[in-house]
Ligand binder design. Sequence first.
Ligand SMILES: [Zn+2]
Length: 93
Amino acid sequence: MKRQDNQNISKKIDGLFSEISKDQNQTKIKKAIQEIIEIAKRNSLPLRERRKLFCRKCLSYFFIGKNCQIKINKNIKAVKCLNCGNISRFKLK
Ligand SMILES: [Zn+2]
C-alpha cells in the first residue's frame, strides 16, 4: 500500500465524517459509518482518533451533548452512548 493511497482514503473518510456531522438522519448516518468501517477494513487503515466519533455497538455518530455522555476519570475518557448504553473508554494522552 502506497502512502499516497492511504492519504486519499483518509481524506475520503474525513469527508464522510464531515457529511455525517451535518446530517440528522440516523439511517443515513449508520450507513455512512458502516461504509467508513468497511473502507478502513478493506484498506487496513486504522481509524485512530476517528474511532471515538461514533458508537462501535450501534454505529451512532456522537453528537456532543445530545446522544452521548462524556465522563473523564483520571486519564480515562468514558463516552456513554445514550442510544444503546454502550460505554467506550479511551486513554487520554
Ligand atoms: Zn450505541
